[in-house]
Ligand binder design. Sequence first.
Ligand code: FRU
Length: 822
Amino acid sequence: MLDAIAIGEVLIDFTPAGLTEGGNEQFECNPGGAPANVAVALSRLGTKTALISKVGQDRFGSLLRDTLLSSGVDVSGISSTNEANTTLAFVHLNNDGDRSFSFYRKPGADTFLCPQDIPLDRIESCRLLHFGSLSMTHEPASSATRAAVIKAKEAGALISFDPNIRFALWETKDAAKESILWGMKYADILKISEEELSFITDLTDIEKGAQELQQQYGIALVVVTLADKGCYYRLTAHDGYVPGLPVKAIDTTGAGDAFLGCLLFKVLEYGISLNQFTQQQMIDMLRFANAGGAFVTTRKGALQSMPTTDEINKMMDSYKQLNNDGWRPGYHFSPSSHWLNDPNGLVYYEGEYHLFYQYHPFSNKWGPMHWGHAISQDLIHWQHEPIALFPDEHGAIFSGCCVVDWNNSSGLFVGSPGLVAIFTHADTYPETGQPRQRQSLAYSSDKGRTWHKYEENPVLSEPDLVDFRDPKVFWHPESKRWVMAIVAGDHVRFYGSENLREWSLTGEFGHREGSHDGVWECPDLFELSIDDTGRTKWVLVISIGDNASCPEGSRTQYFIGEFDGNTFINDNAADHIMWLDYGRDNYAGVTWSDVPEQDGRRVMMGWMSNWKYANETPTGSWRGSMTLPRTLSLTNRDEGVVLTQMPVREIEQLRKRSMSWSEVMINPEIPFSQKMSDNLLEIEADIDISSSDEVHITLKSSEDSETVIGYDPVRQWLYIDRSKSGLTDFHSSFPCHHGASMIPDNGKIKLHIWLDRNAVEVYGNEGLVVLTDQIFPKSSINMISINSRSGQLLLNSLHIHALQSIHDSERKPEQLSRRRDG
Ligand code: FRU
């Protein structure tokens, strides 16, 4: 029995092949034709496939038949005619390898396929029938195609359809549309390009277009191909984008056919009905298909360039390397590909922590911002979700927050509470082209899975302000209204609202307070208890942007004071500056909204990068990760009330193996050193420094990359030296040595260090001082040593925990089932 049958044109593509000595254009003869390409793609991957088509009784006809045969395709359904020649197409390639066609088909043999040529019995027993629209341009091929499709549908086979529009081959555009719509009625799997989708639906929004086709024609799986950007898929239960692989294309002919062949192969291999596919399975299948499509573009011609499984896997492996998965964090959140910056919309709702984030799904550099989305039950393991918010007519989606509208004060919900996202829409004034930032809403009544933009967006604009962004909203019970903290260049503003839709200004803070080294961004405002005193204070967090004259780049400050419902009142002098983190890579951090009172924690997460070099980090096609989620607390010190932070306790579940030492004496002659086979580590050191000079904890890898975490007892200074940490030369301010004052506690310091493949987080004295830094070691860190520059150092205790990765793909099966069981 055959697994798959493709029906439709098979032809010769003449692909440009340089000039002759006399300067004439040369063409090479490449077998092709979309359904034939799909048939070969399937057969190369091991699917038993036949092609039904017609060729001329000429040399090209036999060439096509022979080529198909040698690619493993069953050619018994290829008949021949002497009424027309084998169809020919001349391909024109531009510099990006993009192609257009001139067809020689007036008529061509393939249009002579007639209903009697269709082996109905074979169709009846196959699992999948694939067809396109070009075999419906003329009779009798059109009737033959339709008969085959109807038969396959009746027999319960899967129907795959690719409109593959070539207007030159149709009498009129309306005729093309009519046949394509006919095809849609039968399709279970529709592969369609962006341009085709907008031709058919008159919609430019691909999601809306895909949804319309799916609903109107009952198509189980719609896949929109986005050229090198990958694809978008839509099943009834879920949808999403799967990015493409960056390759240097020389000829894109057949890329879509290879893509589809690979997808159909996977669908048949799984052997389950389309609606049973999980999101992860869809992503895996489409990654494979994207790789297949990308592979074909690296060779000239279509049919003979179709890849084998090995070739696709190799392609995916080399992409992984290019993707620098070596630095992909094992337990810090990172996107599976492309650019990430600020965390957005952090909200807890019905047992789930939501993390949205600034995301550019088509590039590894900052660009038109979307909101990426992930969900976690424990703040540690994240499930990637489809993009939540897309740019629209009001612009890109900059940073913002989410709240649970428990009492439907917004009026956006019916019956039950829902999530409201309040974010900045960023575009330009139509008249002047100057940047414009306005605040808007989106809402979700299905636990954040699907989002609707509020129809009357934007809800808040201040035309006089150039920088006006990153709203953070919370419910303030005392004044019985919502409060928005939002930044405006050099200050933060507070607005009040009863319904999240209408806002009025209540106060301003900061024009001359704190650091103004850069533009103010990403505010947060919340109340916390001070130690166990029962007293509380308000914390105002403000990130400040990069400034060419500050080596630190972008960083985050905070203020302690009061909030009276209208504005913030600073407890400290205006020039008193407090930094959240003394490392270089913790920016735009904000806290989770609506964490239940019984839990009571204030949990923050920041973007683990720095605007100084964020677009340059050497991570390949993915770029950007988040800090660990941290619980914030306030403590009273001699210098006043300050913030402390430690990773959330849930991180402990990652410990898979631990080693401990106590009372270890160390001096320059007898350093402590431990070889490590794991590179995801947590290190807890309790060190007596009363009789030692500088302490160095060195994290070394074999290719002489080393990151030093040091403490200088004389200066009472905790620091990180990443000047030799590995790859550092992508930006001149990356290799550096920086730190913060830390007072020992009775001659002792406590260091708690989390080491990931791309970063180190250092917490001094229970989170009083924190340094977070990205590092890019040339190979895995495999040695930890502890030493003093001179004098004796007593290691009271040392624990090293090897941590397990949060990625299922890096975990052993028994670990996976353990986690799923509980
Ligand atoms: C902070 C920031 C925000 C802005 C977003 C744009 O990193 O500049 O102020 O909303 O990034 O991506």
